[in-house]
Design a protein around this ligand. Structure first.
Ligand code: HEC
Length: 183
């Protein structure tokens, strides 16, 4: 009797391990991101083929909040203004900082979470995707992002409020400061 129980437990353990291994491999197939990103080792130093990764990354990291077509909803802004921010002085850096550290501003009721866990390649790609979709046209002659642009700005931790201070334009309100009177 004791033997049967031992064998049964052993069989269950083996079955469990096999099931676990199968689930893990299925998971690897499901998240092909790492696989796709592996094509970019070492990180490209010049213009690179970001289209596929950018689209994929937008769908998995941004779409829930900003909408399928970047139209935004509820507390989440639409993204049609991104190329204007990009073109403004300091805007190029601001867009990266906002992804590295997140953003909290008085403009919207929700914060933008940090995307700093994404690799440089993926962040450059998803930013380029936004800058060329949703009604955005980057100014002619400007260089889009390459992974190095992201790597350079990975530095000391900023709070999402500090990021708001970097926003180009008059809407860059500091916490608690009243909105400027409109003329
Ligand atoms: C959990 C929801 C959420 C996710 C996921 C998210 N965002 Fe945001 N995003 C926000 C919110 C909320 C704001 C506005 C924050 C504020 O102004 O306080 C914002 C702001 C922005 C802005 C505009 C900043 C400005 O100054 O107008 C851009 C650009 C942006 N997000 C891009 C992205 C991209 C690209 C991704 C995916 C990599 C992404 N967001 C993922 C919620 C999200």
């Amino acid at each position: 009797m004791a033997n049967i129980a031992t064998y049964a437990i052993a069989a269950l353990l083996i079955l469990g391990a096999a099931l676990f291994a199968w689930m893990r491999s299925a998971q690897l197939v499901l998240s092909d991101e790492q696989y796709t990103l592996a094509r970019y080792e070492p990180a490209p130093a010049h213009d690179f083929e970001w289209q596929e990764v950018g689209e994929h990354s937008y769908a998995s990291n941004c779409r829930n909040c900003h909408g399928r077509d970047g139209q935004g909803w509820d507390q989440y802004p639409g993204l049609s203004d991104t190329a204007r921010l990009f073109a403004a002085p300091g805007g190029r850096e601001y867009l990266v900082e906002l992804h590295l550290h997140g953003l909290t501003s008085p403009r919207w009721g929700a914060p933008m979470p940090s995307m700093g866990h994404l690799q440089d390649v993926e962040l450059a790609a998803v930013l380029n995707h936004v800058l060329t979709h949703f009604g955005n046209t980057p100014p002619a002659g400007t260089r889009l992002y390459i992974p190095e642009d992201i790597a350079k700005l990975r530095g000391p931790k900023r709070t999402p409020w500090e990021v708001n201070e970097l926003r180009p334009g008059e809407q860059a309100l500091a916490p608690g400061r009243p909105a400027p009177e409109s003329p």
